[in-house]
Design a protein around this ligand. Structure first.
Ligand SMILES: Cc1c2[nH]c(c1CCC(=O)O)Cc1[nH]c(c(CCC(=O)O)c1C)Cc1[nH]c(c(CCC(=O)O)c1C)Cc1[nH]c(c(C)c1CCC(=O)O)C2
Length: 381
């Protein structure tokens, strides 16, 4: 059913889908076990990824569909039958690049912008408007190629960064290590210019996500990784409105071109105080949780209106096999409210991305434990 829609509307002849567990969970349905995938599942903890990285620069990989496809498939092959979704290999920072900014990814240093935005005059340096097909068509090509190569094994997730998180990088010029003082200064000193920038990024996110779905993405996720930097009040003003616009415009934009909506996931890290409001007005089908909230509490806050994703502490993967098993059991009990029924509207994941030092074996153990302890019929205690 899912396939018929995508095929007829994109003109792409995609193989039929064999595992729709994550699509059912994203719609809030009860499933026989929790579908599972891991943020950054195609990344540096995989020796096969590091091997490709030895020969190619990070953004060259993103811009070369055959390489992006190969890396997207690496975890799917290694953990055959254990992962329930693939996520396209790319980065949230391709949007600032599309806006004309230079982004470098020196090994082991994280993203670096040599010329970050210093003050509102710098907005004139940015391309505006951005032709997303032209600037980011390589991501669409990678998605179409990957979807074909996946041969229907699991659905493919597309993604983008949230306006606030992208703005934070564009002004700060790098990752979290030095804090986000410059980006925060903008929202307090230049609120109007900040909102102009957020609006521009929002428009690109909408076109980008619609393009990813047209290219073959079967779910999409928006990463607001630095929501944690904002107070509840500032999240309301500088992140939430733009997140809502993205969800609503992507859905209406897809329906305008005659396509079914796909499930939309929002991961707003550190914004657990906003879960209730996000569930009511956000427009997202799934809310991702970090590990700082108990799943039972989260479910109580959001009611039955959305599915939940998450949320084990990624560092548990450093705790050894016993700890992984124990904590997965605990997570399953909390998401399933201790019943023998299968999970309802739950996608298992970590509470943030997997980190480079995790052993591939421990990652496999995590996935197996989710398969084992999230299953219908077993009581989890
Ligand atoms: C904040 C953010 C970025 N990128 C992303 C986020 C949101 C998720 C999150 O909060 O972790 C999203 C992202 N980045 C990458 C993916 C690929 C798909 C996946 O497997 O999840 C996704 C979904 C590949 C990547 N993106 C990056 C790598 C490693 C870079 C390398 O190979 O040198 C990978 C595999 C680089 C990157 N890119 C970014 C950072 C902070 C870093 C460096 C830190 C790190 O390496 O973990 C920006």
């Amino acid at each position: 059913m899912v396939e018929a829609t995508a095929q007829s509307l994109t003109g792409n002849d995609f193989p039929p889908l064999k595992n729709d567990l994550i699509l059912r969970a994203a719609r809030g349905e009860r499933t026989e076990r929790a579908p599972v995938w891991v943020m950054r599942q195609a990344g540096r903890y995989l020796p096969e990824f590091r091997k490709v990285r030895e020969k190619h620069a990070f953004f060259d990989i993103c811009q070369t569909p055959a390489l992006a496809t190969e890396i997207t498939l690496q975890p799917i092959r290694r953990y055959a039958g254990l992962l329930d979704a693939a996520i396209i290999f790319s980065d949230i920072l391709v949007i600032p690049q599309a806006m004309g900014m230079i982004v470098e990814m020196p090994e082991g240093k994280g993203p670096t912008f040599p010329h970050p935005l210093a003050d509102p005059e710098d907005l004139s340096r940015l391309k505006h408007p951005v032709n997303v097909d032209q600037e980011l068509g390589y991501v669409f090509d990678a998605i179409t190629m990957t979807r074909k190569e996946l041969k229907g094994e699991v659905p493919l997730i597309g993604f983008c960064g949230s306006p606030w998180t992208l703005m934070a990088y564009m002004i700060q010029g790098g990752g979290s290590r030095g804090g986000f003082h410059s980006a925060k200064r903008w929202i307090f000193q230049y609120p109007t210019a900040s909102k102009e920038l957020l609006s521009r990024i929002t428009t690109i996110c909408v076109d980008f996500l619609i393009g990813q779905v047209r290219a073959g993405a079967q779910l999409v996720q928006v990463f607001d990784s630095w929501a944690s930097e904002l107070s509840p009040h500032d999240f309301q003003e500088f992140s939430l409105p733009y997140l809502c616009i993205i969800a609503h415009r992507v859905k209406s934009g897809l329906s305008e071109v005659g396509m079914e909506p796909v499930p939309m996931i929002l991961f707003a890290k550190g914004a657990n105080y906003a879960l209730e409001e996000l569930a009511i007005t956000g427009g997202y089908d799934v809310l991702g949780l970090d590990w700082c909230i108990d799943p039972l509490v989260a479910r109580h806050l959001v009611g039955d209106s959305v599915a939940l994703q998450g949320n084990i502490d990624p560092d548990i993967l450093y705790g050894g096999k016993e700890a992984i098993q124990r904590e997965v059991k605990r997570m399953c009990a909390s998401f399933r409210s201790n019943t023998t029924d299968g999970p309802k509207g739950w996608i298992a994941n970590l509470g943030h991305g997997i980190t480079p030092g995790v052993s591939t074996e421990d990652m496999g153990h995590f996935l197996s434990c989710v398969h084992k302890y999230s299953r219908q019929g077993d009581e989890v205690v």
